[in-house]
Ligand binder design. Structure first.
Ligand SMILES: Nc1ncnc2c1ncn2[C@@H]1O[C@H](COP(=O)(O)OP(=O)(O)OP(=O)(O)O)[C@@H](O)[C@H]1O
Length: 516
C-alpha cells in the first residue's frame, strides 16, 4: 500500500438547527487505504461524507487533497478531482441502459462517442471482476449489478477516492465477496476507499484503519483487524449499551393470520407478482421471510398492509376475511406495518415527528369526536423518542432531518407502541447501529411475548436466525414452506432464496410444520 496522504480533514464543523452534526472532525486517509468510518446513528458520518463529496459546505475547518488546500464547489468539482461516491440509494434510471446511465454523469466530450464508452465500460468492469453489459437496461439488473454500475461510473472517471455508504446492506453474501475482491484490488492499485458500515465483522475483514465518530466528534481510531467486533462496538456506543439480545423460544398461541393461495398481479413493470402464497401465523411467534431484494417482499408487505387488495377470502385475520380491505380497516383490526422505505412510505419527509405520529397512531386515543388532541399526540411522539432512543433536536423536527437510523427507530417505535396484534416489519434494522439494533430486536421480542404475531421480512440472515421461531424464503413471488428455524441451515436457506424449495401445499396450516 502506498503511504502518501490522499485526504486530510481538519477541524470540520457543520451545524444544523439544534444539532452540531460535525464538531471539529479530523480525518486522514492515505493513498490505497481502505478506511472505515464508524459511529452510532446520528454520529455525523453521512454529513462528513457529503462534505467530502461537495454536496454540502462545512461551516468551519479545512480540507487538503493530495497535499493541496481545497474548497469544493459541488459534486461535479469533486468528481473532476477524482472523488467518487456510491450512495445507499442508487441514482439510476430504470428505463435507460447501463451506458446511458453512466453517460449522464460524464462530461459531454466523454459521453458522446457511445462505442468508445461501451468499450471503456467493458474494459473497466472486466478489469475489476464486475462484468457488466453496457447495452443492458437497468431494470433487468439485480441489485448487486446495479451497484456495479454505480461503482464503474466512478471508476471510469478515474476516482482516486471512492466513498461507499453502507454498500453491503443490499447485497447477498456472494455479492459481498465479489465487492470486497474489487475493493481490495482498487486499494492495491492506489485508490483510497472510505467505507461506512454498521456491519463490524465486514469492517474487520476489509478495512486497514477505522475512525470512530460519536455525537459529531472523533472518539477513536483503530486497526479493526487487530481488535474484536465487540471492542469496535464499545468504541461506538460506550459501555452501557448491550450488544446482543437474549431470545428465548416462545409458545405460539391462537391462529392470527392466514393467507390461503394469495395471488397478486402487479401492474408495476419492475415489480414481482405474488403466486399462491399460503402461510399461517400464530399469536406469540416471530416468523421470518428471507430473500434477495426484489423477489416479492414489497408486494407481500403491501398485500398484508392493505395498500393493495387481493381476493376477499385469501387473507384472514382471526377468521375475518380482509383481503379486499384498505389499510385503515386493517389498522383498526390491529395490523401495524414497518415498510422498508423510511422516507415517503414510513414517514412523510417534510412533516414533524408529531404529525408523523398522528398518521398511523390516531387510533390510540389521539383524537376525540373528530378533533385531534394535540397534547396527546405530542405525548405519544415524546414517548416514542424516549423509549426508542431516537436522537433528534425535538419532536417538532421534520422527519427528513433525522439520520437514517434514527428515523428507522422512530418508525419502529411508533408502530410497536400501538401494541398491534400483527406487526409486519421489513428490514427493521437496516442501517441501524449495533446498540439500536439490540433495542429494536428487544422491542420485537417483547411484542411477541405480549401475544402479537411478528412477520419479519429481512435480508439479514443473522437477524432471522436469532429472532425467528420459524422461517422460510421468498423467490420470484413464491413462498417456501415456513419451517422451524432449528430445522434450517444457512446453506438450505440460501438454496430456498434461490428458488430451490419444495412446492407448498394449498393449505397454509400444512405449509407451517410448527403448527401442523
Ligand atoms: N438537513 C438536516 N437538517 C437538520 N439536521 C440534520 C440534517 N442532516 C443531518 N442532520 C442531523 O445531523 C446529525 C448527524 O446526521 P448524519 O446523517 O450525518 O448521521 P449518520 O452518522 O450518518 O447516521 P446514520 O448511521 O443513522 O445514517 C443527526 O442528528 C441528524 O438529525
Amino acid at each position: 500500500m502506498a503511504t502518501a496522504e490522499r485526504l486530510r480533514l481538519e477541524n470540520i464543523v457543520k451545524e444544523y438547527p439544534g444539532c452540531r452534526a460535525n464538531d471539529g472532525v479530523h480525518l486522514s486517509v492515505q493513498a490505497g487505504e481502505i478506511h472505515a468510518l464508524l459511529g452510532e446513528n446520528g454520529a455525523g458520518k453521512s454529513t462528513l461524507m457529503k462534505i467530502i463529496y461537495g454536496v454540502i459546505q462545512p461551516d468551519a475547518g479545512s480540507i487538503t487533497w493530495n497535499g493541496h488546500p481545497l474548497t469544493l464547489q459541488g459534486p461535479a468539482h469533486a468528481r473532476e478531482l477524482g472523488i467518487g461516491m456510491v450512495f445507499q440509494h442508487f441514482s439510476l434510471f430504470e428505463t435507460l441502459t447501463v451506458a446511458e446511465n453512466i453517460a449522464l454523469s460524464l462530461p459531454a466530450t466523454q459521453a458522446r462517442d457511445r462505442s468508445k464508452l461501451d468499450a471503456r465500460i467493458r474494459e473497466v468492469s472486466e478489469h475489476y471482476g464486475m462484468a457488466l453489459d453496457p447495452r443492458r437496461f437497468v431494470n433487468t439488473l439485480s441489485i448487486g449489478e446495479r451497484q456495479r454500475v454505480e461503482i464503474v461510473r466512478c471508476l471510469i472517471q478515474d476516482s482516486s477516492l471512492l466513498i461507499l455508504d453502507e454498500p453491503t446492506s443490499v447485497l447477498t453474501p456472494q455479492e459481498v465477496q465479489v465487492l470486497f475482491r474489487t475493493l481490495r484490488q482498487l486499494s492495491k492499485e492506489g485508490c483510497s476507499i472510505l467505507f461506512i458500515s454498521h456491519k463490524l465483522q465486514e469492517v474487520r475483514d476489509l478495512c486497514h484503519r477505522a475512525t470512530v465518530l460519536r455525537q459529531g466528534r472523533v472518539t477513536g481510531e483503530c486497526n479493526p483487524g487487530e481488535i474484536t467486533t465487540d471492542d469496535i462496538a464499545r468504541m461506538m456506543v460506550g459501555n452501557e449499551t448491550p450488544l446482543s439480545t437474549q431470545v428465548d423460544p416462545s409458545e405460539p398461541g391462537e391462529l392470527l393470520l392466514q393467507a390461503d393461495n394469495l395471488n397478486y398481479q402487479t401492474r408495476d413493470p419492475f415489480g414481482t407478482s405474488l403466486e399462491n402464497i399460503s402461510m399461517a401465523l400464530r399469536a406469540g411467534e416471530i416468523v421470518g421471510i428471507a430473500g434477495v431484494a426484489g423477489n416479492g417482499q414489497d408486494e407481500l408487505l403491501r398485500a398484508l398492509s392493505g395498500e393493495v387488495n387481493v381476493s376477499h377470502s385469501s387473507l384472514q385475520l382471526k377468521g375475518i376475511s380482509i383481503g379486499d380491505t384498505g389499510p385503515a380497516v386493517r389498522r383498526g383490526l390491529g395490523v401495524a406495518v414497518v415498510p422498508e422505505e423510511r422516507l415517503g412510505r414510513g414517514a412523510v419527509p417534510s412533516m414533524s415527528l408529531v404529525d408523523n405520529s398522528l398518521l398511523t397512531a390516531s387510533g390510540q386515543g389521539l383524537t376525540s369526536k373528530g378533533w385531534v388532541s394535540l397534547g396527546k399526540v405530542r405525548e405519544y411522539a415524546s414517548r416514542v423518542v424516549e423509549q426508542f432512543g431516537v436522537r433528534t433536536a425535538s419532536i417538532d423536527s421534520a422527519a427528513t432531518s433525522l439520520s437514517g437510523g434514527n428515523l428507522q427507530k422512530f418508525i419502529i417505535g411508533r408502530e410497536a407502541l400501538q401494541q398491534p396484534k400483527l406487526l409486519v416489519a421489513s428490514h427493521p434494522t437496516w442501517g441501524v447501529d449495533v446498540g439500536s439494533a439490540v433495542a429494536i430486536h428487544e422491542a420485537l421480542v417483547k411484542l411477541r411475548d405480549d401475544g402479537a404475531a411478528v412477520l419479519l421480512i429481512s435480508e439479514d440472515l443473522d437477524e432471522l436466525f436469532q429472532l425467528c421461531g420459524r422461517m422460510g424464503a421468498i423467490c420470484a413471488g413464491k413462498l417456501s414452506p415456513l419451517v422451524p428455524t432449528s430445522e434450517l441451515t444457512i446453506e438450505k436457506l440460501g438454496q430456498w432464496m434461490a428458488g430451490d424449495f419444495p412446492a407448498t401445499t394449498a393449505t397454509p396450516l400444512e405449509n407451517n410444520h410448527a403448527v401442523a
